[in-house]
Structures are given as structure tokens and as C-alpha cells.
Design a protein around this ligand. Structure first.
Ligand SMILES: C[S@@+](CC[C@H](N)C(=O)[O-])C[C@H]1O[C@@H](n2cnc3c(N)ncnc32)[C@H](O)[C@@H]1O
Length: 219
């Protein structure tokens, strides 16, 4: 059982897609002029998949958590959506190259050690069609609780005890420079980089995310 199986077993997880996913998907679909082929790496219980399927896109979800995938399957079935989910590691995607218009990483790469980040980004880039996009959400060091954890790398922290990242194991934090380097190293070009913040919970914990849209630019 993974840490995430335990989290999803408790049943408390967001049912709705991230606002920036809705915004980017509608813009990209309008630009391409047809439904999108989308892969969500680390789909968990499938909030993004549910939204994509309702909007007529072709969504595939991938996760390491069997319980997350079970929840995703149930929700998609209950709502009459196609259920395309697979249990696999985002660092070794079981897909041919060049088959997706969009890859989503909604706070999934963040829950891996920084050493794996180049591989996660390169795999995402590999499965994109020329001109396709990766939309990635990563937490920054300004998020509440960073200093309560122990460093396991230059930007990776474990054992955070306070805030929105407490109890979720290892977290690799990013900033604009880090995502620029990861994009460049995987053959992608950053076309939009936003710092988005919110507060959460009764304690008003601060959550700050670097939201990056990167494109596979044809050579
Ligand atoms: C914070 S949750 C986000 C879930 C979902 N994206 C959402 O927005 O509701 C992180 C998810 O990423 C998954 N994950 C983390 N690293 C992964 C990896 N290397 N391969 C596949 N899934 C991964 C976890 O199992 C978990 O379901």
C-alpha cells in the first residue's frame, strides 16, 4: 500500500478540477479545434479525468495508487464516463511517443524526490505530439510548513509536520528557475509561468504553486 492509498482510503479528497486545468484545457481545445487527447500523470481519484470526459475530451489517467484508481474508476462509471486508467509510474510511461496533446501533472511530480524530476519531465515530453503541452503544478518553498521538515536534497523535504504538505511524505519544491531548467532539459519551452497562491483550512495555511505550461516546440 502506498502513502497515497492511505490518503485516498480516508475518502477526503477534492472532487473538482483545478481552476488552471479548466482554463488551459478550454484555451488549448479552442486553438486545436477538436477534443484533446490528455494524459494525467498522478490522477488520484480522477477529478481532472471527470472534468475532461464531461467536456468531450479523451482522458487517460495514470497513478501508482491502486485505491486512487479504484475511486477514479467508480466515479467515472457512476457518471457514465469512459474509464481509461492505468497503474504505472510516471517516470516510465507505458505509452508510445507522440500520442497526447496535453499531459497534466497536478501536484504529482511534486511528491517525488528531485532526482526523479528530469525523468518525469522527459517522459511527459516524450509522449506529447509536436506542439503539445505539459501543464505542471509544483509547490514552492513559501508554502506553510517547509521549515518543519528535513532536507533530503537541495529542494526536497520529508517529514513536514505542519501545513498543507504535512503527512504526504517527500515533497520536492520548485521555483521558476527550476521548472525552466526541467523544461529545457526535456526539450520543452515554457510558454506560461504563473505563481498562484491560496490559503487553506481553518488555520489559513499558505499554499504557493508554480503553475507552468510548457510546449513541445517542433524543431
Ligand atoms: C497530490 S495527489 C494529486 C492527485 C490528482 N492529481 C488531483 O489533483 O486530485 C498526488 C498523486 O500523484 C501520484 N503520484 C506521485 N508520484 C507518482 C509517480 N511517480 N507515478 C504515478 N503517480 C504518482 C500519487 O499516487 C497521488 O495520487
Amino acid at each position: 500500500m502506498t502513502l497515497w492509498d492511505g490518503v485516498f482510503r480516508s475518502g477526503h479528497w477534492a472532487r473538482w478540477p483545478a481552476e488552471e486545468v479548466v482554463r488551459s484545457v478550454s484555451r488549448l481545445a479552442a486553438a486545436i479545434g477538436r477534443p484533446l487527447d490528455v494524459l494525467e500523470v498522478g490522477c488520484g481519484p480522477g477529478a481532472q479525468l471527470w472534468y475532461l470526459e464531461h467536456e468531450g475530451h479523451h482522458a487517460v489517467g495514470l497513478d501508482l495508487s491502486a485505491i486512487g484508481l479504484t475511486h477514479a474508476r467508480s466515479r467515472l462509471s457512476e457518471e457514465g464516463c469512459a474509464r481509461r486508467v492505468v497503474r504505472a509510474d510516471g517516470a516510465w510511461l507505458p505509452f508510445r511517443s507522440g500520442v497526447f496533446d496535453l499531459v497534466l501533472d497536478v501536484e504529482a511530480f511534486a511528491h517525488n524526490h528531485e532526482d526523479l524530476a528530469p525523468r518525469l519531465w522527459t517522459e511527459a515530453a516524450r509522449v506529447l505530439r509536436p506542439g503539445g503541452h505539459l501543464l505542471s503544478f509544483g509547490f514552492t518553498a513559501a508554502t506553510t510548513g517547509r521549515t518543519t521538515g528535513s532536507d533530503t536534497g537541495i529542494r526536497t523535504v520529508t517529514g513536514i509536520t505542519v501545513g498543507p504538505l504535512a503527512g504526504y511524505g517527500e515533497v520536492s519544491l520548485v521555483d521558476k528557475g527550476v521548472v525552466q531548467a526541467l523544461a529545457k532539459g526535456s526539450g520543452l519551452k515554457v510558454v506560461d509561468a504563473q505563481l498562484r497562491s491560496r490559503t487553506t483550512g481553518p488555520e489559513h495555511w499558505y499554499v504557493e504553486e508554480q503553475v507552468t505550461l510548457a510546449q513541445l516546440v517542433p524543431e
